[in-house]
Design a protein around this ligand. Sequence first.
Ligand code: PLP
Ligand code: SF4
Length: 344
Amino acid sequence: MITRSPTNVQTNTIALHEDASTRWQTQLARAIRDPRELCRRLDLNPQWLPGAERGHELFEVRVPEAYLARIHHGDPDDPLLRQIVPLAEEDVATEGYVPDPLAETDQTPRQGVIHKYRGRVLLIASPACAINCRYCFRRHFPYQENSPSREQWRDSLAYIQQDASLREVILSGGDPLASSDRQLDWLVGQLDAIPHLKRLRIHTRLPVVIPDRIDDALSQWLSRTRLAKIVVLHINHANEIDDAVIKACQRLKALGATLLNQSVLLRGVNDSVDALDALSERLFDADILPYYLHVLDPVSGAAHFDVPDDEARSLVDALRSRLPGFLVPRLVREIPGEASKTPL
Ligand SMILES: *Cc1c(COP(=O)(O)O)cnc(C)c1O
Ligand code: SF4
């Protein structure tokens, strides 16, 4: 249950992030990280194992139980399964697929700061994710070099402070909500004090993969900020949204956050009009509006997820003829050096 007595709230505040018995942290710590265990838990045919082990060497397996529970056993085409099980295909080199497709390592004015677009700056607030998605464009990101200490944070904050054109800070990662509440509370407090900032955006998949992340401790720091709050979730398929996810979203809504979603168009996951239609409808049920539908970034190891541009366009055209405009995501690609995401 989400409801807690005032006594428990107190305990949470004191224990905060470092107490491994706090629910979401335990779930995070217990996430499956072994390809053998993953295959066994999902009752996958043993023929999956060599590929899973090879893929794991390239980008480690990580799946929390709450996500695993939404996968249908015995269905090798399950759209959630495809997002998390490593495959032998990841080891296939494909022309045009590179380790850093967005050339982000060229756009870091400070360690952990990515400033590409006018008015908004992205902070790598946590190097880790609660889940490792096989198509992730940051699967080769040098996170160790981009996980700032408090001193480095001060440097990043000074960068934001001295650029009055910045209106919005985006906490990203990894997954920013994989950070401790103490760290986030401190960081958001620092951002709060920068007068030219208006908005705080959080790009996260945690409320989807471990809905218990949206707890009292998070609510406390998030409700304190004067900044307008936008939470951009990352959901690719309607089956990812269960009742616990809806509850977590309701809680974020109650804190005054605007909820948006970005998806990646993925072969074998959501590459049909029916799947995209169902996703938009399910997002609406969770009080989330579709924002972006990204075409795959050409990161090495993910070529088997690609959907060609023509197909992507006709899918979204078909979606537009079925749904109200506010349930149709903007189909975009990220092109290094452009001033914004590029519509297709
Ligand atoms: C995608 C992205 C943003 C946000 O772009 P919006 O169009 O405002 O959603 C900001 N900074 C970086 C580095 C990004 O990659
Ligand atoms: S949650 Fe986002 S950043 Fe993390 S692995 Fe998945 S796609 Fe990548």
